[in-house]
Design a protein around this ligand. Structure first.
Ligand code: PGA
Length: 256
């Protein structure tokens, strides 16, 4: 079962996620992080940046990327990762990969899988969840065995991401994303969610039936998952009281 941590604020959630990353990097300065974009991970990056850790040897793999944006577009996930993660955290940009950042698009999925494998796999994967229940850009119907590949975004996701563009039409229709199978190979999944708009998808992912119709439910197949939510995003969780009780009574030696 996922460890579910219900906190009061995004900042508190970012602190808990940053604890997990800090513990990992102190054990292994060359750790491999799975990086997410969007609003959700921002408090994690902020909390981590404030700790002034030496992250220069950390390697990173972004979850996903739009297909069809011109190189250097400010909303390409390469640009977003550079701006919001690489620069504030002091990562080495040469050690951070984004899907389809080199070579032809046709083989970009396989190339990315090979690069992750060659790096020894992802140690800790940061995840958000979309209102459609997607993790990465694995929209409903994605196979639990899927690997990095091109996908078509749902209209809901394009609409949700319109806030980063000038108009809905400018949001790309296609993306390349790590698959659910790729994500499940990471050694530790840390999924964050904030706000009431995420409550249904989050509860489905943590407690609902395992179904490709709610791709986030794939986390139930993983042996080590930490879910960090605010009260609003956790408001549909049936077992919220138990999660609070378990977290408040965790044993001293338990790592998140
Ligand atoms: P958000 O997106 O962090 O911008 O809410 C999360 C997601 O769609 O995975």
């Amino acid at each position: 079962m996922a460890e579910v941590v219900i906190v009061r604020s995004m900042a508190a959630a970012g602190g808990v996620a940053a604890d997990a990353i800090e513990q990992l990097v102190r054990r292994n300065p060359r750790a491999v992080l799975g990086l997410a974009t969007g609003s959700t991970p921002l408090s994690t990056w902020t909390a981590l940046a404030a700790r002034n850790l030496d992250l220069a040897q950390v390697r990173g793999f972004a979850l996903d990327e739009y297909v069809g944006l011109p190189a250097g577009h400010p909303q390409s996930y390469r640009s977003v990762i550079t701006r919001e993660v690489v620069e504030p955290l002091g990562l080495n940009p040469e050690l951070v990969r984004v899907p389809a950042d080199s070579g032809p698009l046709e083989t970009a999925g396989d190339d990315y899988e090979s690069a992750i494998t060659d790096a020894g796999g992802v140690d800790l994967q940061i995840l958000g969840i979309g209102r459609t229940g997607h993790i990465g850009f694995n929209e409903p119907g994605s196979s639990f065995a899927s690997l990095t590949r091109i996908k078509t975004l749902t209209q809901q996701t394009r609409l949700d991401n319109t806030r980063f563009f000038d108009s809905p039409e400018q949001v790309p229709m296609h993306c390349i994303t790590q698959g659910l199978g790729t994500i499940l190979r990471a050694r530790h999944l840390v999924l964050l969610a904030f706000g009431a708009a995420k409550a249904r998808a989050l509860a489905g992912a943590v407690e609902g039936p395992l179904t490709a119709s709610l791709p986030g439910s794939a986390i139930q197949l993983h042996p080590r998952v930490t879910v960090i939510v605010d009260e609003a995003a956790g408001s549909d969780l049936v077992h919220a009281d138990y999660y609070r009780y378990a977290w408040n009574n965790r044993l001293e030696w338990e790592r998140i």
